[in-house]
Design a binder for this molecule. Sequence first.
Ligand SMILES: Nc1ncnc2c1ncn2[C@@H]1O[C@H](COP(=O)(O)OP(=O)(O)OP(=O)(O)O)[C@@H](O)[C@H]1O
Length: 275
Amino acid sequence: MSTTTNAAPAAASSPAPEAVIRLENLGKTFVAGDGPVLQGLDLSIQRGQFVALLGASGSGKTTLLNVVAGLEDPTEGSVSAPAQGAAMMFQDAGLFPWLTAGKNVELALELAGIPKADRADRVQELLELVRLPQVADKRPHELSGGMRQRVGLARALAQEREVLLMDEPFSALDAITRDLLQDEVLRIWEVTGRTIVFITHNVSEAVHLGQRVLLLSSRPGRIVQEWDTGPWKDPDSYGFEASGQSREETLDELTRTITHRLREEIGRHARSSRT
Ligand SMILES: Nc1ncnc2c1ncn2[C@@H]1O[C@H](COP(=O)(O)OP(=O)(O)OP(=O)(O)O)[C@@H](O)[C@H]1O
């Protein structure tokens, strides 16, 4: 794997960060004759990190999330992830249409074992966290797509899991709603300290959200390149000061570089699918 890191050297005394997800030589084959979807994949994610995952369509991004969540078993290698599993969020919020927004969130709290007496306050706290304090009594069909995703996010957070896996959660939303929700997710990540793995096809979204941006190769999927965006987002950091560019220029340049690499992988995927 090639890694592009612009971080300042870590202070000698800082303790090694704890990996909350560790995949070693991971492989996944669904149908023996079709070959592996994932192969030789190594990945370590530290507690509290925000990781964005890019890759061609069909490269195995969702499969990777499912393995981390414990929904799929690997056929090779090892997975270390929280035993409690992970909360997941998808392109469609998947709210139960017959329940109100509040009841959708409350159900997740109930399944997480939160006592009944504490649930009403917690539902309200979570809806406030996603900036929808007023929708507890509304049914999903009364909400916009962006509002439904916010409720879906509140429901995912209600599961009280350390790891949140997000599979293209905003790809069906209009650009303005998507921008707003990206900023909300960053705010919620900072407030809650969750470890987030976020799949997207949108490189700007990956660069905006991820501290680390990972590129999955075309089949078989493994992490082929990684970019560390952190130093460029922190104005006080070494990386920012060392460059003569503005933060926006640097992030735009990074977005172009990653887009170029992603296109190469998509092209490779298209060629290998034809053979
Ligand atoms: N349960 C399954 N049984 C058989 N094949 C599967 C199964 N799940 C996924 N696959 C295959 O694994 C490959 C990777 O699928 P996956 O959904 O993980 O890719 P992806 O990168 O998330 O794609 P996209 O970006 O289009 O969502 C595909 O060829 C898919 O058909």
